[in-house]
Write a protein that binds this ligand. Sequence first.
Ligand code: ADP
Ligand code: 2DT
Ligand code: MG
Length: 207
Amino acid sequence: MRRGALIVFEGCDRAGKSTQCRKLVEALQAKGKAAEAMRFPDRTTVIGKTIGSYLEKKMEMQDNAVHLLFSANRWELVPYMQKLLNQGTTLVVDRYAYSGVAFTAAKQGFDLHWCKQPDVGLPKPDLVFFLDINLEEAEQRDDFGEERYESTLFQKKVKDNYDQLKESTWEFLDASQSIEDIHCSALDIAEDIVDGELCTPMEKLWI
Ligand code: ADP
Ligand code: 2DT
Ligand code: MG
């Protein structure tokens, strides 16, 4: 049986990732293709609940430690992901290891190389949509919430880090377009991948 595709959405805060993930899953399903949404962090697991408390500023944690927890949260879901992919289900994922690196490396004293190491070997996405938006425009969307990292200065550093993580699997989408226009472009590109030759077994990230 054909495996499913691993498709990831990345981008700065309010670029439209969650909106586009939802629409892409709905559209693929409507076309009769097996597809499921996932998001990282997945705040429902024991590890994810700790991450959630950290993001909601209910607890403090050493930066290296929380970085490893974000990675562990991905690793703990790998068996589930592999199972669905092998069954032919496409996964549309809201944030992945690229967020892990871009966010931690935006903190004082962290570099991209160190930040990548815990995620080396994860299933490599077949396709990464980067929703590209300038921060001034993102700021005009709904207000920042109260969570950690939701500040303009921090987001600027995150954006610079994303620039250094680009890979050949990345597709840049102009996130200033309308929700529908972005969705149509994403669906076109995603369908080519979902219906195309998927490399089996999957490749590993950053190896
Ligand atoms: P993210 O998950 O990247 O933080 P969301 O999908 O939650 O972004 O979108 C953030 C806000 O911007 C929401 O209020 C959403 O309705 C709105 N939004 C999303 N995409 C667009 C777009 N292309 N144009 C205008 N507003 C958008
Ligand atoms: P949302 O749930 O609104 O997407 O915000 N983050 C995410 C990290 O610092 N490291 C990671 O590995 C991941 C996946 C980005 C989640 C926040 O958590 C940050 C914003
Ligand atoms: Mg979101």
